[in-house]
Design a protein around this ligand. Sequence first.
Ligand code: ATP
Ligand code: MG
Length: 301
Amino acid sequence: MLEKTIARTILAPTDGSFRLVNHDPSWEGTKELRFLTGQKLKKRAKAYLKERRADLIDAQEKLYADNRFSLLVVFQAMDAAGKDGTIKHVMSGVNPQGCQVFSFKTPSEREIDHNFLWRHWLAMPERGRIGIFNRSYYEDVLVVQVHPELIKRVSVPDGDGADQFWTERYEDINAFERHMTRNGTKVVKFFLNVSKEEQRQRFIDRLTEPDKLWKFSANDLYAREHWDEYQRIYDETITCTSTPWAPWYIIPADNKWLMRALVMTVLVETLTALDLQFPDVSAADKKRFRAALKTLQAEAG
Ligand code: ATP
Ligand code: MG
């Protein structure tokens, strides 16, 4: 119940009224979230993650056994918002056989010779599995819209960056997610909403702590220079692609532990809502299994 209220609070509306500015990256919750906030937030969020991890593991096992659905989890964010850490902390302990993570980088020559959804189709989770996209086809309306020169790499008709071109991409994405949903893939999308100041701090940490230096890339500053443009396009993208069948959750990302706890909440809620069942064993199979049991028990030990 509590979790449902929280999930609703961070859910983007699907009626076109979404505004990114209404979502505070440092939000630590309303009174419903008291159990996670305050000075002991990290400790409480860790305990909460541990507790709900057991539910996530159970739900994933049922997802696999039920074999009717799959779950696609999309992560989008500005750099250093914490995609990698969230995936690590939320998914650790889940059976690796039931879970696949794909990180989408700048498309290869081969990939851009296909339509922009192609490489994502290939990576979609099979029935019974959880697929995680660390960046996704949303890059094709985000980074590519911020840097229209990227579209020149792709020879598509009408690829002149006009408004209609992006509107059609949003339509394609909505249709793709609708198709996936109709075929048993539940789609859940997270925008990890980090503030510009928190990003600055995290970059400074990366540049000043020897163990974190490897995480820094000069490209990160390049994207940061276009911060306002990214925020505007995230706002538009989320507004145009928030649908009842593929919801966006706007996760406040300035506090890493709160962010991880919120993602866990949404995943457990989403899987639980699928009403997963262990498959029934038919009467005929039950009879066969009883006979098998008798045979095994009768074997000399
Ligand atoms: P981290 O920095 O935490 O390792 P990351 O997801 O930022 O993770 P990078 O290798 O730094 O990984 O960046 C991947 C880059 O690929 C991003 O700048 C992203 O915008 C870019 N990218 C992903 N998809 C596309 C696309 N379809 N077209 C152009 N660029 C893309
Ligand atoms: Mg990066």
